[in-house]
Design a protein around this ligand. Structure first.
Ligand code: HEC
Ligand code: HEC
Length: 217
């Protein structure tokens, strides 16, 4: 009898939801549309199991209270061609400030181990111009991603997420890891894997971080 009791207790400790991912995320059922761990099939929304590596917390907090469209064509599992690209947005929960702050904390705790951290020097004006040229012409990143033109207007394709405010939204070291190999994060990634040398990859990373909403006109 005692044994069964201990078995039950340890089962409860191991499997009780409060010992898995953050409880507010569970409560709000975010996992209906987002993977919170790498196991299982991709869902309607982007993966969040590495949110702590990827996002700046101030951006997350704001987004959860006021979600905006980042993927006009939607995601693989939830295409967005209807209603002028607003379909996914209309379904997205809107959180109050308190919940947004708490869920942001829970998201920032979700990280993948073993990502590399690299020091990247600020770019000179010349390097920014060179990278912008390569972003648009040599690698054609702009065919899938919106960025800013010289006049500060959004410009570019919409099959990938918008990078217009990438410098406010993403963490630099995550971008560097993503450009090294997007497959670390998802085998299903639709982004081409580029064989960039390190110098180019770090320069692109820094360039992406210069794309900020403050520069939007
Ligand atoms: C009905 C499905 C659905 C639910 C429920 C949902 N989301 Fe989303 N979420 C989406 C989709 C689809 C996107 C992508 C929208 C876009 O990029 O324009 C998204 C985007 C996001 C993003 C931005 C991710 C990125 O990589 O750009 C975050 C953060 C996020 N959701 C958090 C949450 C949290 C936290 C919850 C629970 C409170 C939640 N979502 C519930 C569908 C959902
Ligand atoms: C054929 C279309 C395509 C091209 C070309 C492309 N990407 Fe992407 N990219 C994507 C898609 C789609 C995603 C979203 C994630 C996914 O599906 O893997 C993405 C994601 C990203 C992200 C992460 C953004 C986020 O919010 O998740 C960055 C940064 C990025 N791409 C940078 C680049 C750079 C730099 C280049 C050029 C060297 C480039 N991309 C070329 C399609 C593309």
């Amino acid at each position: 009898m005692k044994k069964i009791f201990y078995l039950l207790i340890s089962g409860w400790v191991l499997y009780s939801p409060q010992f898995s991912y953050g409880s507010l995320i569970e409560e709000k059922n975010c996992s209906a549309c987002h993977r919170l761990s790498k196991v299982g099939k991709e869902k309607k929304g982007p993966d969040l199991f590495y949110a702590g590596n990827k996002f700046q917390s101030a951006w997350l907090e704001e987004y959860l209270q006021n979600p905006v469209t980042l993927r006009k064509t939607g995601t693989i599992n939830s295409p967005n061609f209807l209603k002028g690209g607003l379909q996914n947005l209309q379904q997205h929960p809107i959180l109050n400030k308190n919940d947004a702050v708490n869920i942001t904390q829970e998201l920032m705790a979700m990280t993948l181990p073993g990502l590399s951290e690299e020091q990247i020097n600020p770019l000179t004006k010349g390097q920014i111009a060179k990278t912008k040229y390569e972003f648009e012409r040599t690698f054609s990143c702009i065919s899938c991603h919106q960025s800013l033109n010289l006049a500060g207007k959004p410009r570019g394709g919409i099959s990938g997420p918008s990078l217009v405010n990438a410098g406010n939204r993403l963490k630099e070291s995550w971008v560097a890891n993503w450009l090294k190999n997007p497959k670390i994060f998802s085998n299903k990634s639709r982004m081409p894997v580029y064989k960039m040398d390190n110098e180019t990859r770090l320069r692109f990373t820094k360039f992406i971080m210069t794309l900020k909403k403050e520069n939007l006109r």
